[in-house]
Design a protein around this ligand. Structure first.
Ligand code: ARG
Length: 452
C-alpha cells in the first residue's frame, strides 16, 4: 500500500513513462550503480557481503541487457526502475540496498552527463574523420580551379583545395565546441540525493574517480537540475549540422548537370523509380534538411528549461528526446558527409571551363587600373562599362584588343592585354589566407596539424 487510493490512469502512465526513450541509458546506469555500491561498501554504509551480491546481480543484468534478453515489465517506468527491479529479483533482499543514499534525480543527472560525455567524444571522432577526408581531398585537388561564388554568381576563381579547406575551419570550430561540451561534463552529480544532499557519510570523490570525472558538483540543487551540458551539446550540434547543410547544398548543386563539377559515389545516391537516367543526391539533400531538426531540438529544449523553478521537475525528463535525436541525427549526417567527400569525383575540365568564364577577370582588371594610380571607385566604373559592352557583344574580356582597351582608359596598356590572357588570377591572390597555391599549401599544413 502507498498513499494513493486509486491506480494511475492509463494515460497518466503513458505520458509519465520514459522507458522507451531512456532504455539506451542502461550502460551508464549500470556503470554508476556499480561505482555507487562499491563506495557504499567502502564507507561501511552497506556491508561487503550485500555489496558483492548486488555487484553480481548488476553483472547479470548487464549481460541480459547486452544480449537483448532483458525482459521489461509493464511497471518499469524508466530504465532506472527497470534495472533496480531486476537487480532485486536476482539479489533478493540485498538488491533493496542499491538505492541507498541515492535518488533517481541525481541518478538520471549522472546517466545523462555520462551519455553526453560519450556522445561528445563520438561526435569529435566523426568530425575529425570528416576533417581528414576534406584535407585529403584538398591535397588531391590542390591546383584544380573552379569559380568562387558570391550570391551564387561567379565571382573570382579559387582552387578547389581552398574551397574544401573552408569547411575544415568550420568543422574545427565545431570540434572545439564539442571539446567545450566535454569540459561541461567534468563533474559528478551523483551523491546530491533528491535535491539537498544525503543523510549518509558518502565518498563522492571515490565515485567520481571510478567514473572518470574530475570532481564532484558543488551544489546539490544545481546538480540535480543542471542540464546545461545538454544545451551545450545541442547548440554545438545545431551549428555543426548547419555547417553540414551548407556542404550538402553545395554537393547538390555541384552534382547537378547544370554545374557538373562532381559526381557523388553511387553508394551515397539513389536512382529514380521512373526515370532511369537519374542519380539523386538524396544524402546531400538530407544534410540540408536535417539541420533545422537539430536546431529544433535545441530550441525546444531551451523551451523546456525556460522558467523552471529549482530543483528537479518532471519537465526535465523530456531532455532525452532532444539529446538523443540530435546525437543520432548528427552522427548520420557526419557519416554521410564523410562518405560523400571521400568518394566524390571532381571534373577538372568542367570546373576549369567555368573558372575561365570570360568575365571572371573583371576584378583583376580593376585592380590593374588601381595599380596604375586610378582610384578604385573609378576603375570599378571603367571595368563595369567594359563588362557591359563586352557582354552585349557576346565576347570575353580576353578577346579585347589593345586598341579597344585603350578606348576605355589610356592606362589599359599592353600589360593589361597580357593580364587578361594570362590566366594568372588565382596565383595573384597571394595575401595571407588567399587562394594562391603557396597560401593553400600553408593552410593545408596548418589543417594537417589540427589532427595531430
Ligand atoms: N525518468 C525520470 C527522468 O528521466 C527519472 C527521474 C525521476 N525522478 C522523479 N523524481 N520522478 O527525469
Amino acid at each position: 500500500m502507498n498513499r494513493f487510493s486509486e491506480p494511475p490512469d492509463p494515460d497518466f502512465d503513458a505520458i509519465n513513462r520514459s522507458l522507451e526513450v531512456d532504455k539506451r541509458l542502461w550502460p551508464f546506469d549500470v556503470a554508476q550503480s556499480r561505482a555507487h555500491v562499491a563506495m557504499l561498501a567502502a564507507q561501511g554504509i552497506i556491508d561487503a557481503e550485500d555489496a558483492g551480491v548486488i555487484a553480481d546481480a548488476l553483472a547479470a543484468v548487464e549481460g541480459e541487457l547486452e544480449a537483448g534478453l532483458f525482459r521489461f515489465e509493464p511497471g518499469d517506468e524508466d530504465i532506472h526502475m527497470a534495472i533496480e527491479r531486476r537487480v532485486s529479483e536476482i539479489a533478493g533482499e540485498a538488491g533493496g540496498r542499491i538505492h541507498t543514499a541515492r535518488s533517481r534525480n541525481d541518478q538520471v543527472a549522472t546517466d545523462l552527463v555520462l551519455f553526453t560525455r560519450h556522445a561528445a567524444e563520438q561526435t569529435i571522432a566523426s568530425v575529425e574523420r570528416l576533417i581528414g577526408h576534406l584535407i585529403d581531398s584538398a591535397e588531391a585537388h590542390i591546383d584544380w580551379a573552379l569559380p568562387g561564388y558570391t550570391h551564387l554568381q561567379r565571382a573570382q576563381p579559387v582552387y578547389l583545395s581552398h574551397h574544401l579547406l573552408a569547411y575544415v575551419w568550420m568543422l574545427e570550430r565545431d570540434r572545439q565546441r564539442f571539446q567545450f561540451v566535454l569540459s561541461q561534463c567534468a563533474l559528478l552529480p551523483l551523491g546530491s540525493g533528491a535535491l539537498a544532499g544525503v543523510n549518509f557519510d558518502t565518498d563522492r570523490g571515490r565515485v567520481a574517480d571510478q567514473l572518470g570525472f574530475a570532481g564532484v558538483t558543488p551544489n546539490s540543487l544545481d546538480a540535480v537540475s543542471n542540464r546545461d551540458f545538454i544545451v551545450d551539446y545541442l547548440s554545438a550540434a545545431a551549428l555543426c549540422a548547419t555547417h553540414l547543410s551548407r556542404l550538402g547544398a553545395e554537393l547538390v548543386l555541384w552534382s547537378s548537370q547544370e554545374f557538373g563539377f562532381l559526381e557523388l559515389p553511387d553508394r551515397w545516391t539513389s536512382g529514380s523509380s521512373l526515370m532511369p537516367q537519374k542519380k539523386n543526391p538524396d544524402a546531400a539533400e538530407l544534410l540540408r534538411a536535417k539541420a533545422p531538426r537539430v536546431v529544433g531540438d535545441l530550441s525546444s529544449f531551451l523551451g523546456v528549461l525556460h522558467a523552471l523553478p529549482l530543483a528537479y521537475n518532471k519537465d526535465l525528463q523530456e531532455d532525452k528526446e532532444y539529446l538523443f535525436d540530435a546525437a543520432d541525427t548528427l552522427a548520420l549526417a557526419l557519416s554521410a558527409a564523410s562518405g560523400m567527400i571521400e568518394g566524390a569525383e571532381f571534373d577538372r575540365a568542367r570546373m576549369a571551363e567555368a573558372a575561365a568564364d570570360g568575365m571572371i577577370a573583371a576584378t583583376d582588371l580593376a585592380d590593374f587600373l588601381v595599380r596604375r594610380g586610378v582610384p578604385f571607385r573609378q576603375s570599378h566604373q571603367i571595368v563595369g562599362k567594359i563588362v557591359r559592352e563586352t557582354l552585349a557583344a557576346e565576347r570575353d574580356l580576353s578577346s579585347l584588343s589593345l586598341d579597344e582597351l585603350q578606348a576605355y582608359s589610356p592606362d589599359l596598356d599592353a600589360d593589361a592585354v597580357s593580364l587578361l590572357a594570362e590566366d594568372g588570377w588565382l596565383e595573384s591572390k597571394a595575401s595571407a589566407g588567399g587562394t594562391a597555391s603557396l597560401r593553400v599549401r600553408e593552410q593545408l599544413a596548418a589543417a594537417r596539424q589540427l589532427l595531430g
